[in-house]
Design a protein around this ligand. Structure first.
Ligand code: BGC
Ligand code: BGC
Length: 644
């Protein structure tokens, strides 16, 4: 059955479809593969929740055929599978990639229905091992319409507020859990060393300590006290290891017609440097209960792709750090080990210590390749048993065998007022005041005529960036939220005039002009940038606004520090708002003085694109603003002094 046939239906027809599926499974079960010891399976001793988890895992493992074990190690994207496929492939996991939303309306209810149908497919297999469903909920459950979208991690890093990060991730977990999804590919604990990288915004900042602290805070928020507690999800720190250290120009990946520059490239760093810069966030995550780690697409200078690197995946992560959860590969990341030889790639990846493969589509090829490798003795059976033990352990810890699906019907906890209030606070804490002039901020709420320009002032898609509704993100009001324009209009009423392109009708002048200049959404290497330029059309609005107002505040929405040519010198104040998400009232709160500016930049702001690489540089070398820089509304320094 094509997947669309199942998901396009209206929710109320789901029940009857499920009934039909169950019958189909029951019929198919008669012809299923032989079970090793049918008598023992009927005892199902692993279902005894009173037994220690290790015993339950061992009891179940002892019943599994090689096919069933390899199935557990396989993760397929929703676009390539349906419930019958989950059953025949004996899958351990299904994911939604960046574009893997349910067919039909993108609602919590339809997400739940989609996951539930796949789960029923898994439960209809001989051993009824539940699947674990995963998504990239990287700034809230961003692919779900109507969810609370938080600032991307760059903004959360600017808050330097671990308690707030934990709270935001708590909200993310609850909103995900309502959709039936129990695994997020987050937190991203990369430590980006070159802001030209398209994934800079996914990182909390450029210092190992900040990332380590905030990554653990998010993990605790997602996982709660116990993985089997209500409203929790399992976290997945990523991408191990060195993803933020790749050299400019070292990537060989092409995607969507774009040649990547840094993303998926090579770390030209010795092991000691790699370890010092990038390992501590994983160490801290493991100490705080991390159960899943995703490997990075990047390569080391002498070890090749991390996906095939036994030193890093097994010796360091599993043995040195004592990680007892499982390692998942990234999207077709195994294929990159040797692009000309899939068998060799799978062999190397599994032997290196990858436990689950994000295939993402051709499960038949992955499963048959791995099976042949095992039968030839190229991948030891003990390695398979170890991988499956790790995967099952996490599933037992999560309580999936007792509760394969969380309760349904909790749609109201998605995008609630209370959750959005936390995001609004995060937006206010994340924005960084880079420049100001005396008396300008905050803007008086009454009696000030404000002219507002820039598409980003009234566009939730731009404000949210990549990984929102779709992989790359897109401009447009793609999900409910409050734009800066709406928030300011609420406060200023008729004193606010908005024109996206600053075409104010003849004679309109204001006291203060606010211009939003914004990068347009991107994700991963598609967003690698050699120039760090803002769209010229946005920058031109600053000059266009200049003669109409006494003072100009420029709000920069971007996934990283960008070049401020055409802005610095023309603006009286500059606010780095990063990618704030759906609750831009947080920005209005700052501009109008309801909250103080407290954010400081989590990345050095380079003078030129060539100054972007930070490894080996001092704080102010090639920098406009150093790490930790930011002002309060009166222009006082919050943390680190400006560069000379
Ligand atoms: C990204 C991961 C992401 C995965 C699933 C990959 O392309 O590198 O960060 O978790 O896709 O969407
Ligand atoms: C998927 C993403 C994935 C990317 C990798 C996209 O089509 O939606 O999840 O990260 O491909 O290239």
């Amino acid at each position: 059955m094509p997947v669309s046939a199942i998901y396009s239906g209206r929710p109320r027809r789901l029940a009857s479809r499920l009934g039909a599926l169950a019958i189909a499974f029951a019929v198919a079960a008669c012809g299923s593969s032989p079970s090793p010891t049918p008598g023992a399976t009927s005892a199902r001793s692993w279902m005894d929740a009173g037994k220690p988890i290790d015993e339950r895992v061992a009891a179940l493992l002892a019943q599994m055929t090689l096919d069933e074990k390899i199935g557990q190690m396989t993760q397929i994207e929703i676009g390539g599978i349906d419930p019958a496929g989950v059953r025949s492939a004996l899958l351990g996991s299904v994911l939604s990639g960046g574009d893997g939303n349910p067919k039909g309306p993108n609602t919590a209810e339809n997400w739940y229905g989609m996951v539930n149908e796949l789960q029923q497919g898994a439960l209809s297999t001989r051993l009824a091992i539940p699947i674990l469903y995963g998504v990239d909920a990287v700034h809230g459950d961003g692919h779900l319409m109507g969810t609370t979208v938080f600032p991307h991690n760059i903004g959360m890093g600017a808050t330097h507020d671990a308690a707030l990060v934990q709270q935001a991730c708590r909200v993310t977990a609850a909103e995900m859990n309502a959709t039936g999804v129990r695994w997020t590919f987050a937190p991203m604990v990369t430590v980006p060393q070159d802001v030209r990288w398209g994934r800079t915004y996914e990182g909390y900042g450029e210092t190992t300590d900040l990332v380590s602290q905030l990554g653990a805070a998010c993990l605790k928020g997602l996982q709660g006290k116990k993985l089997s507690d209500p409203d929790t999800v399992v976290a997945d720190p990523k991408a191990y290891l060195g993803d933020g250290g790749t050299a400019f120009g070292s990537s060989t990946t092409q995607n969507q017609g774009v040649q990547y520059l840094l993303d998926q490239g090579v770390d030209r760093l010795d092991n000691a440097t790699l370890e010092k810069l990038f390992l501590p966030p994983y160490e801290n995550a493991v100490d705080n209960g991390a159960r899943i780690v995703m490997t990075s697409f990047s390569s080391t200078q002498d070890g090749g792709k991390i996906h095939g690197d036994k030193h890093w995946v097994s010796d360091v992560l599993k043995i040195q750090l004592g990680f007892t959860g499982f390692v998942v590969s990234d999207w077709a990341g195994i294929d990159q080990i040797d692009p000309n030889d899939y068998g060799a790639s799978v062999e190397q990846a599994i032997n290196a210590g990858i436990d689950m493969a994000m295939v993402p589509y051709d499960w038949g090829r992955f499963e048959s390749t791995l099976k042949a490798l095992v039968n030839r003795g190229d991948v030891p059976r003990s390695r398979i048993d170890d991988a499956v033990t790790r995967i099952l352990r996490v599933k037992f810890e999560m309580g999936l065998f007792e509760n394969p699906m969380p309760p349904s019907g909790r749609w109201g906890q998605v995008g609630s007022e209370a959750n959005r209030a936390i995001a609004r606070q995060a937006v206010a804490e994340s924005a960084v005041l880079l420049e100001t002039s005396p008396g300008l901020l905050p803007i008086a709420r009454s009696g000030t005529r404000v002219l507002l320009a820039g598409q980003g002032a009234d566009d939730i898609g731009i404000s949210s960036g990549g990984w929102t509704l779709s992989w790359q993100g897109q401009a447009g009001n793609v999900t409910p939220g409050t734009t800066l324009k709406a928030a300011l209009a609420d406060e200023l009423g008729a004193n606010l005039t908005y024109s996206a392109d600053a075409s104010f009708s003849g004679g309109t002048v204001g006291d203060v002009g606010i211009v939003v200049v914004a990068e347009r959404p991107y994700a991963e290497g598609v967003g690698d940038s050699a120039t760090l330029q803002l769209p010229p059309g946005d920058v031109a609005l600053v000059a266009k606004m200049r003669p109409l107002v006494r003072k100009i505040v420029v709000v920069v929405m971007s996934g990283r520090p960008v070049m401020l040519d055409g802005i610095a010198g023309r603006a009286d104040a500059i606010v780095a708002a990063w990618l704030p998400g759906t609750e831009d009232e947080g920005l209005a709160d700052l501009l109008l003085g309801a909250r103080p500016f407290t954010g400081t930049t989590p990345y050095t702001w380079p003078k030129s694109p060539g100054d972007a690489p930070r490894i080996g540089k001092t704080a102010c070398q090639g920098a406009v603003y150093p790490y930790g820089y930011g002002l309060d509304a009166s222009g006082g320094l919050l943390r680190t002094a400006a560069c000379p």
